[in-house]
Ligand binder design. Structure first.
Ligand SMILES: Nc1nc2c(c(=O)[nH]1)N[C@H]1C(S)=C(S)[C@@H](COP(=O)(O)O)O[C@H]1N2
Ligand SMILES: [Mo]
Length: 446
């Protein structure tokens, strides 16, 4: 092997006192095997979160009308396919997985970071240009996952203690994290496989505290293909206070606990009550309208004067403009469909909606040739007051301007007098308190 090019060293040979000393990290549990077990779990789980996350971006259909809320992503823009309307639970499933698995991985991510902390303080800090690059990529990896988990979880709690756009930040953050993750897996997969082979999970699960011993620092360095002794395995191990199976039990048990406390919000029905961590998607009242409410009418300043008898639905296209009262809409052919509202925050709820097919309304005003139905709400402000639907979504026979739900009139909080419900459409585009529909082609009325 050619000798590694040495950088001129701006730091002393000996590490400074504190965490840079190899004797500072004393847990006898740390080592490549433990890190690899946690890493293998993340390798199984994180791709699900990444893929469903990018699918959610596609489901928003940012290429259409004014759906793009994150600015021009330039090179990072991608449209693999037009988001389908079938099966109707598609977005409820992908986004439920995104949020539930993302939350459930938190204890495993934290345990994995804990397991590799000594490497953060490795001495010398940089051994070669390649080592410097690898450490830089780790900054993006660790920074990326912490940023994505923190912003994602705060979004599910509708808490925004920052001034940037959540959507834009979470989207660009996803690219940073994904790039670093792919690189990291590429670099570390062989190490992970060697490390997993170095001990047997079954044996570890049978080993209690009394027999817990550190991994071998020389063997560990060989597994890591790093200069011996391994930075992960302690040079001066303390007596164990916990077994490896105890630590894995804590991480995976915590993960399973979070899964149970979150999944109910997506599964719905009687298990919704188990979703104790879902502060959002709570149900207000009971009866036909007794299902979760995102924003109440009061929260967005919509009162009875706007939704009373004076309300009209304006339908505009190239052929005609109509102002329809609720009675006019109820006189049109009605269609009933059982469809979920599936929120980006992970919760969903399936109900039986009745109303006018969107394609019938589009046909009232347009000439039949359109690529977008632009929906606007009575709501004065906020980014959820309008949405663009694609022609394929509008043409789906179950795509509705809903007037009723579960046999009763929509409640004010669920969008009375009329709301959009379309199969597999993200909840955020199921506009409530609709006031105007415009049939468009290339941005102009059609
Ligand atoms: N006008 C308007 N429509 C809206 C919203 C809103 O804030 N304003 N919230 C959206 C979001 S994010 C979701 S998830 C669904 C929730 O519908 P629900 O409150 O009837 O359950 O409504 C959507 N429609
Ligand atoms: Mo939502």
């Amino acid at each position: 092997m050619p000798e590694r090019r040495r950088l001129p060293r701006p730091w002393p040979q000996d590490p400074p006192p504190g965490p840079f000393r190899r004797t500072a990290w004393r847990s006898p549990l740390r080592g490549p095997w433990l890190t690899s077990v946690l890493g293998a779990a993340l390798l199984a789980g994180l791709p699900v979160v990444v893929i469903t996350g990018f699918l959610s971006y596609a489901a928003y259909d940012p290429s259409l009308g004014r759906n793009n809320l994150i600015g021009d992503p330039g090179l990072l823009d991608f449209y693999l396919f037009a988001w389908p309307t079938s099966p109707s639970w598609l977005y409820a499933a992908t986004q439920g997985l995104h949020v539930t698995i993302g939350i459930a991985l938190v204890p495993i991510v934290l345990a994995k970071l804990w397991s590799v902390i000594p490497k953060l303080f490795a001495w010398p800090p940089v051994r070669s240009p390649l080592h410097a690059l690898e450490r830089l990529s780790l900054a993006f990896l660790v920074g990326g996952i912490l940023f994505q988990l923190a912003t994602g979880i705060l979004n599910t709690q509708l808490t925004y203690p920052w001034s940037f756009s959540f959507l834009a930040a979470h989207y660009y953050g996803a690219w940073v994290f994904t790039a670093a993750f792919v690189l990291h897996v590429g670099l570390k997969l062989p190490t992970m496989v060697r490390a997993l082979r170095s001990r047997r999970l079954r044996d570890e699960l049978r080993t209690g505290l009394r027999h817990t011993r550190p991994e071998d620092p020389i063997a560990a360095a060989a597994i890591e293909r790093e200069p011996a002794p391994s930075a992960l395995v302690p040079a001066a191990p303390a007596a164990p206070t916990m077994s490896r199976r105890g630590l894995l039990g804590l991480a995976f048990g915590g993960s399973a606990g979070l899964l149970v406390l979150t999944a109910g919000q997506s599964i719905g029905g009687p298990v919704r009550g188990t979703a104790l961590l879902a502060t959002h998607g709570r149900t207000l009242g009971d009866g036909p309208n007794g299902f979760p409410v995102n924003k109440t009418a009061a929260a967005v300043g919509i009162g009875a004067e706007q939704t009373g008898p004076a309300w009209r639905l304006h339908v505009t296209g190239a052929a005609a403009t109509h102002a329809l009262s609720r009675a006019d809409l109820l006189a049109l052919p009605q269609h009933t469909a059982t469809l979920p509202i599936a929120c980006v925050e992970g919760w969903s709820t399936t109900q039986e909606w009745t109303g006018v097919r969107l394609r019938d309304l589009a046909a009232l005003a347009g000439d039949g040739e359109f690529d977008e139905l632009y929906v606007e709400s009575l709501q004065a402000g906020g980014s959820f007051r309008r949405a663009s639907l694609s022609a394929a979504q509008v043409r789906d026979g179950d795509a509705l301007l809903a007037l009723r739900v579960n046999g009763a009139d929509l409640s004010p909080d669920h969008g009375f007098p009329a709301r959009i419900v379309v199969p597999a459409l993200p909840g955020v585009h199921c506009t409530k308190w609709v006031s105007r529909l415009t049939v468009r082609r290339n941005g102009a009325p059609a």
